[in-house]
Design a protein around this ligand. Structure first.
Ligand code: SF4
Length: 204
């Protein structure tokens, strides 16, 4: 099946109750054969409205970090573990709510289908939800970020290599400018590990 056909099919998904809350299904974006697949947790407020992943502030930060790390956007496919925005009202604002295990499991077939079509060499998990879904429940991003994990040894196997780092939205939430800068530099460092591995300068 093509990515376009998958995207069309996912528009009508009622696999879990989140379709009642989000505006639309936010499917992954990028090309078949992209060498790196980035996987976040779920679309945010702007993504929900636009219907595209990583177009909000976190997506802009990701774009900047990719450029700094030397990763071409054309080499990437970006998606989320859960494809509807889960949110709670706070005044007039819609605040991100963490998807639960049932919602993540219900959405997994869409991720599996994207993975099968794109067939990336490296999967990069952005944040704990994606890392725990793909690497394992006990995986701690804080302790193992930037590590090259053998993706073929995972159950189920994913890509040749899996790397986890933080979600760019966590950098935006840092308490002050200094910690935001420090977190951003660490994020770029993790992405440089991915770039070096991709270009054959770092072994798994
Ligand atoms: S979150 Fe995933 S499984 Fe749930 S309705 Fe949306 S696309 Fe379907």
């Amino acid at each position: 099946m093509s990515l376009a056909a998958l995207r069309d099919a996912a528009r009508a998904c009622k696999g879990c109750d989140l379709y009642l809350r989000g505006t639309q299904t936010v499917f992954g974006e990028g090309t078949k054969g992209a060498r790196i697949m980035f996987v976040g947790e779920q679309p945010g407020d702007k993504e929900d409205v636009d219907g595209k992943p990583f177009v909000g502030p976190a997506g802009k930060l990701l774009d900047r970090a990719l450029e700094e790390a030397g990763i071409e956007r054309a080499d990437t496919y970006v998606t989320n573990a859960v494809k509807h925005f889960k949110w709670e009202p706070r005044g007039k604002r819609r605040i991100h709510a963490k998807p639960n295990g049932m919602e993540i499991a219900a959405c997994r077939p869409w991720f599996n289908a994207e993975l099968a079509v794109v067939n990336p060499e490296i999967v990069v998990c952005l944040g704990a939800s994606a890392a725990q879904m793909l690497i394992g429940k006990s995986f701690k991003v804080t302790q193992r970020r930037g590590e090259l994990v053998d993706g073929k040894a995972l159950k189920p196997a994913i890509a040749a290599t899996v790397v986890a780092t933080v979600h760019p939205s966590s950098i935006l939430r840092a308490q002050d400018e200094e910690s935001r800068h420090r977190e951003y530099e660490l994020f770029v460092r993790d992405l440089k590990i991915v770039a070096e591995h991709l270009h054959g300068r770092r072994a798994a």
